[in-house]
Structures are given as structure tokens and as C-alpha cells.
Write a protein that binds this ligand. Sequence first.
Ligand code: NDP
Length: 332
Amino acid sequence: MTTKAILLTKSDDQFAARVAELSDEELRAATPGADVTVAVDYSTVNYKDALALANKGPVVRRWPMVAGIDAAGSVLESADPRFAPGDRVVLNGWGVGEQHWGGLAQRARFKSDWLVKLPASLSTRQAMAIGTAGYTAMLCCLALREQGVEAVDGEVLVTGASGGVGSIAVSILAGWGYRVVASTGRTAEASFLSALGASAVIDRAELSSPGKPLQKERWAGVVDSVGSHTLANSCAQTRYGGVVTACGLAQGMDFPATVAPFILRGVRLIGIDSVMCPQPRRQDAWQRLAADLDRSKLDALTSEVGLAQAIEVAGALLAGKVRGRVVVNVNA
Ligand code: NDP
């Protein structure tokens, strides 16, 4: 039996991304320590996948690599009694698609400790419509709530709002009753963002250039997937005692800010990591996603492609041309 997968290769600095047919022996030999084999239904293209598929940025740390930091499907075989054939599972992160063979494949082998059992009400397609982007959005939203930001406290800003993390964060926060202001470079997407629940849409140019250390106080909370000046300005505009969650770097990895918002307004900056996030926290996030995320909004922000097309999607995503989330049907 063979498995179709997106294989990334590099030799003599020559990079290639292609759909390859892998034998069982190859899959097993390349996944030492994996104790669960999964029949993958869907994967997705996250920002990090796009970097790997387009050979931009140092995502892949072992060659050849099967791409895909996410997967959702059913267990075929498990050496761990916690998982039985037929169990529906979701995998996010843990270095999969970076140093362990990934989820853009019809079959994948993972360590059981990495897997989350999919909540009964979510299909494998919905799980990948959420993907690492949506699960990270939930980690940000949970952090805002745990840090005490309540709907009555005022507006919450979501940056990179038309992207994967941003669009799902808008949906979650609006569903929880927050007044969400969506920042986007695609103001033509204002009606899309309003349909997800944004109460206002601002042009990201308002946040993306160098700004003053302290600005007019506006945000009770922020979900930032953009970094750089956008994150610095978001902190500078956050109200006294407000909370900023930082999870991304779509504008840049730099953080050209001052300490003023933190020491003069008691603003809290909370870092969010999805990759090595401990199991109880990720299970909690997935349960909350299953319970709280509006499925009609999720459908509205999701598009679908087949395995080979994932490679083309990468370029479009990095060019900021993908709206919301893309699921990959690995069997199409
Ligand atoms: P997307 O590409 O789907 O969305 C990113 C969005 O950022 C774009 O849609 C765009 O939104 C905005 N953007 C892009 N370029 C710029 C720019 N130069 N200046 C300002 N805004 C820009 O990616 P994801 O939502 O999947 O991921 C977003 C970020 O979060 C990435 O950096 C990713 O690496 C990070 N991430 C981090 C995780 C973690 O564990 N910490 C997990 C998941 C993602 P618009 O068009 O609306 O302006």
C-alpha cells in the first residue's frame, strides 16, 4: 500500500515540493517513536505550512519532510491503549511538519502523546477548518478571558483579521459577546468581517507604521497575529490594565516598542504558543471550540482544495490573498 503525501526535499540548496507516493516501509522508517497510524481525512495550510511549502523561512529542520503541521482523521493502528482503531483524532504542532513527518498525507504516524480525541460534535473537516490557526485563536481568547477582560470592559482589537487566526478570533469573541474591532489591510472584506461578528473594521495602516509610545487609550484587549509596529501600537493604545495577546509575526518578528504601556498603564502582554502547548490546555481549547464556535461562520470562512493544490495555496497565503481558512482534502 502506498500513501500520497506532499514531500519537501532539498539537496545542494535545490528545494522541491511535490506529491509523492510513499511506501509503508518508507513511512515507518521515517517515523521512529510514532506509535499511532492515522488515516488522514483533512489537513490544512497554516501560515507556517505556507512558509515550508514555499521554502520561505527556516520551518523544516529535517529533509526529506512530509509537510503539514496539522491533521485530522481516524486511527488505523495504535500501540497505545488510549487509542483504538476508528477513534477520530486531531493533531496540531509538536514539531510535526518541521522535524517529524506531517499531516499533508493520506496516512501519517504520530506519537500518541501528541493526539487529541476529536470532540464528537466536530467533523474532521471542521477540525481542519479550525486547524492550528483556530486553536491558537482560541488560546488567545481564553487568555484574554482568564486575564479578566470582560465584554463590558470595552472594545477588543483583532489584527490580521481576514487571516486564519484573525477571522476565527473575531468569530469566537463576537460569539462571547465582545465588541470586536477588526484590523485588516483588505477593507474590501469589511462585509465578510461584519458577518463574522466584527462591530467595526479599521484599516491596518492605522497600526502598521511607527507610533508614539503612549497613544489614546482604546482597547480593553487585543488578539495580535501580526507583530512588529502593529503589536507596538496595539500595546500603546491599550487601556489601563488591559491585556494584549501576541501570537504571530505576519508583519514582522520585531517588536519596536517601549515599556511605557506596561509600567504606566499596567498593560499585560501575554505570549501565546500553540506548538508545545501542554495537553490539558489544548484539550480545553478544542472542547471550547466545539462548544462555542458558530459552525455557519466557520463554513463561511473556509475553502477547500485537494492535496496537490496545497502547494499553490501557499504562495497565495503568503501574499495575503487567502481569506480565512483553507482545508486540504488529502484524498482528492
Ligand atoms: P494568515 O496568512 O492566514 O493571516 C495573516 C494575516 O496577517 C493576513 O491575512 C493579513 O490580514 C495580515 N498581514 C499579512 N501581512 C501583513 C503585514 N505586512 N502587515 C500587517 N498585517 C499583515 O496567517 P495565520 O492567521 O494562519 O497566522 C498569523 C500569524 O500567526 C503568523 O505569523 C503565524 O506564524 C502565527 N501563528 C502563531 C502560532 C503560535 O503558536 N504562536 C500558531 C498559528 C499561527 P489582513 O489581510 O486582514 O490585513
